[in-house]
Design a protein around this ligand. Structure first.
Ligand SMILES: [Zn+2]
Length: 402
């Protein structure tokens, strides 16, 4: 039978310990990973700014009612809210500067006309307001619409109703709820203890480099949105601090190192040229649930990059399935696959957990293709070569938006 590694690294408090009976490790892992204890409590929220336009005012009041109706409380004075509804003006999209990375910011803006290229018009507002999600309200003769614009450059449109606003706000809440009740695992603990013989990588990291060339050739690495062109230096610094990136980039890949650790592309790097250890490729060794942090082993004397926001998901998959040798994530789609039902944001514990459940249910968890709703694919394989062989020629470039 499989022997599971306990997921808690520093045995503080009542967490599972490494010396417990291995027969129970599966259950312990499940208990430690179960999201219930984290999400049963409803996220707190705050509204920042005030509406200047009629439609915007109506929308924000409706969202507040919906959140309160679902038992989300307003954050207390002096406490960091977990969800911020940031009400902004399109001409001057004032950013909400978070104190904590764990705060999700949803900005709401109203514009008079619906642009032909909606993403082109809305995306700079999303970035300038430093939001995780933008709700872009438009109005024309045909009626009003709420467009949900994501950092992955997805747009989903919900028309505003003439009559039934109960159903409309229920739909808005359904789209906000995944943000309003999730937990980001994007902190890093760096340990400068990478063994000297791995300083320049090994055969595994070279296979990642080869796979990154393939991704580039297949055009699976869409150009990052040129955010440096639309942000000033101060906001670029804020974005770098917030997301650990210099430009928003897409996709990632990883490969197993040993039973408990794996190599993974770093956050925000060019996935088409993965070379330098500690900068482009990181060795992920553990997860510390108390701090929502991934542990990364890096060479000494290097300023490391942040780990990919998806490393919590890969961590769960490698720990649970010893047969998984590599994982790839791309923003593309495939026919006939199982997909997550909720559009949890990248880097959340909840997304990782839902993907893990789907992988567990497949006939062979070490070779799966799982859809991430409105977002892309997570593909497991025995190696990166195995993954590429299985998906080559089968990927659809457009992710369906639901
Ligand atoms: Zn992604």
């Amino acid at each position: 039978m499989l022997v599971w590694m306990p997921p808690i690294s520093s045995a503080g408090g009542g967490g599972p310990r490494r010396d417990e009976d291995p027969k129970n490790q599966g259950d312990l892992l499940q208990t430690a990973l179960t999201p219930e204890s984290r999400t049963a409590r409803r996220t707190t929220f705050a509204v920042n700014g005030s509406a200047t336009d009629d439609l915007q005012k109506w929308f924000v009041e409706g969202v507040e009612r919906e959140l309160l109706g679902h038992n989300h409380a307003r954050s207390e004075e002096g406490e960091s809210p977990e969800l911020v509804i940031n009400v902004i003006d399109a001409a001057r999209p004032r950013p909400f500067r978070r104190n904590s990375q764990g705060t999700f910011v949803v900005s709401v803006v109203q514009v008079e006309h619906e642009a032909d290229d909606l993403l082109r018009a809305a995306y700079p507002v999303l970035v300038r307001s430093l939001s995780n999600l933008l709700i872009y309200l438009t109005k024309n003769e045909a009626g009003a619409k709420a467009h949900f614009v994501t950092l992955e450059q997805g747009v989903a449109t919900v028309p505003l109703p003439d009559g039934d606003k109960t159903r409309f706000f229920a739909e808005v809440y359904r789209r906000l709820a995944p943000l309003a009740s999730t937990r980001l695992v994007i902190n890093n603990v760096f340990e400068a203890n990478l063994p000297e013989e791995l300083r320049d990588g090994n055969a595994t990291t070279r296979s990642m480099y080869e796979a990154s060339l393939w991704l580039d050739r297949m055009n699976l690495l869409p150009a990052a949105f040129p955010i440096a062109e639309i942000l000033d230096e101060r906001d670029m610094m804020h974005v770098r601090r917030l997301f650990g990136i210099g430009g928003l980039s897409y996709g990632n890949l990883s490969a197993r190192h040993d039973r408990t650790s794996f190599w993974m592309s770093a956050r925000g790097v060019n996935k088409g040229n993965l070379r330098e250890i500690g900068r482009d490729i990181l060795l992920i060794t553990d997860y510390v649930p108390e701090d929502d942090a991934m542990v990364v082993s890096v060479p000494s004397g290097i300023e490391p990059r942040a780990a990919s926001v998806d490393s919590i998901e890969h961590w769960m998959l490698y720990r649970e399935h010893p047969g998984i040798g590599a994982i790839m994530h791309v923003h593309a789609w495939m026919d006939g696959i199982d997909s997550t039902l909720v559009n949890y944001p990248c880097g959340t514990f909840e997304l990782a957990n839902e993907v893990s459940e789907l992988v567990r249910r497949q006939p062979d968890p070490s070779r799966t293709v799982i859809g991430l709703r409105n977002h892309g694919l997570t593909i497991t394989g025995t190696s990166l070569e195995d993954i590429i062989q299985r998906i080559d020629g089968k990927l659809l470039p457009t992710v369906p938006m639901m």
